[in-house]
Design a protein around this ligand. Sequence first.
Ligand code: NDP
Length: 304
Amino acid sequence: MLELRGKLVADQLKDKCLDFVNKYNGLLPTLAIIRVGEKPDDVAYERNIKKRFISYGLEAKTYEMPENVSNEEFQETFDFINRDPEIHGIIVMRPLPKQIDEKAMLMKLNPLKDVDCITPANVAGVMSGDPEAFAPCTAQAVVEILKAYHIPMEGKNACIIGRSMVVGRPLAMLLLKENCTVTICHSKTEELQEVSRKADILVAAVGRPKMVNSSYVKTDAAVLDVGINVDKDGNLVGDCDWDTVTLNAGAATPVPGGVGTVTTAVLATHVVEAAKKQIDFSGFKATEDSYLEEAWNPTSLSKK
Ligand code: NDP
């Protein structure tokens, strides 16, 4: 059984980011993290991003607003960040409090800065397979892991358990783009185990600790566990039961140390790509003009 460790993939993405920063001396790809209130999960994710960005030579700035911020004040701050030429990517910790008009924010967000795919433009781009669209980072992290470990996708049966807009649905589009035959399952799927046992690639994005056990897994399948849950003893666990899933799987991601590790690395690459797109408009020159065409191509990971 091959353990699909996220660190290997994250390190490859880190090298790409550091190369970019060295070549584009003087340009600092910068992410704005917009957070309203202090939800512990949001604060932990933000801390994680900041730590990662520092080691990748990038910047992440927090814009924090109180839980009771008015819609007017939120939108004003948002507009300022959205227009700031020194901010290349934006993520908004959601859901936002009820008084905030989230739809208005989504309609305004510059798609070039939408590094986690929340604007209608990027959602449509992912649906149509547009290579320029930023996919949600977690969904793309799954594909990056499969590529980095050379797990065949073309013609293979992929099953995703979960149909959220953040993971299941966009991931289905990304796997379809890789020529997988994709099945999306959810809470109303009948004979779930039977369906998932047909999959060569099984993705668990359910949000139920250790729900997926060996009875869901075809022999030698690749199992990617997107779940991040805290069990009753306070331990971080995935949606898969590692001890039994690994009896059948040919390869599997651990939790922690799997998909989550790659998610923030993908976010970093999106901010770098966003910076590149924005400087292309502004005329900023790299020290070597041909660099990006040759080296900045996340899919080249699979050729390494
Ligand atoms: P959602 O709660 O939005 O979606 C869960 C999905 O699982 C739904 O489609 C639901 O079906 C389905 N589901 C729930 N119970 C069952 C069941 N018994 N059988 C089959 N399907 C079921 O979750 P997210 O997609 O946001 O997140 C999924 C997991 O991934 C969570 O553990 C979350 O913490 C984690 N996560 C990890 C990230 C990372 O970076 N690694 C990032 C984002 C999320 P239905 O639609 O019918 O309700």
